[in-house]
Design a binder for this molecule. Structure first.
Ligand code: FES
Length: 196
């Protein structure tokens, strides 16, 4: 014989315990989102590089910020850099139409081939089109990763640098070039992977 009163008391007690258990909760509270704070702190404490790093690795303001800053300084620095050139939209050789572009013979000494390169194509692009794995980083004339050596003489007698933030008159005179921004203006011999 079941004791109805005892059973009722037991069920009531159990229900009270269950309600108390769940009303108390786990005590977990969401953490405050501090990601913006961390990023700002990092940007303020990590120094920016002087030029955009390859593969968008720029920090302290981001690649776009650095790129914009460098681009903004282009004209001023171009004037300061002895022998350097400032960027200019009007004299961009890449804007020359293909059917109007003169063609030059470029000997890639280390690759062991001479190829035809149009005046609207950089030495780096021409080499890449041949399938050669040539060095580069910024592709904007702002580092020295793509450096090459023109064995014929003063670099600017053989190529036009659309931009050049790195090479001064002495290096150009020795034949050094930034292949990523160098458009041929004469036949030439080029040693890739060479920097002053
Ligand atoms: S890749 Fe940086 S100057 Fe050419």
């Amino acid at each position: 014989m079941v004791d109805t009163l005892g059973l009722g008391v037991g069920i009531t007690f159990t229900l009270i315990m269950v309600v108390l258990h769940f009303s108390k909760g786990t005590g977990w509270r969401p953490q405050e989102d501090i990601s913006d704070e961390v990023l700002e702190h990092r940007a303020a404490t990590v120094p920016e590089t002087a030029f955009p790093e390859p593969m968008n690795r720029s920090i302290g303001g981001g690649a776009a910020g650095v790129g914009a800053a460098v681009a903004g300084e282009t004209a001023a620095e171009g004037e300061l850099e002895e022998g350097g050139e400032a960027a200019g939209a009007d004299d961009d050789p890449s804007a020359i139409p293909d059917d109007e572009a003169d063609v030059y013979e470029v000997e890639f000494v280390k690759e062991g081939q001479t190829i035809e390169v149009k005046e609207n194509t950089t030495l780096l692009e021409a080499g890449e089109e041949e399938g050669w794995d040539l060095p580069y980083a910024c592709r904007e004339g702002q580092c020295i990763s793509c450096g090459g050596h023109i064995t014929n003489g003063h670099a600017e007698e053989y190529v036009e640098h659309h931009t050049n933030q790195m090479l001064g008159e002495a290096e150009l005179s020795d034949g050094y070039t930034l292949t990523c921004v160098a458009y041929p203006t004469a036949d030439l011999s080029l040693e890739t992977g060479e920097s002053p």
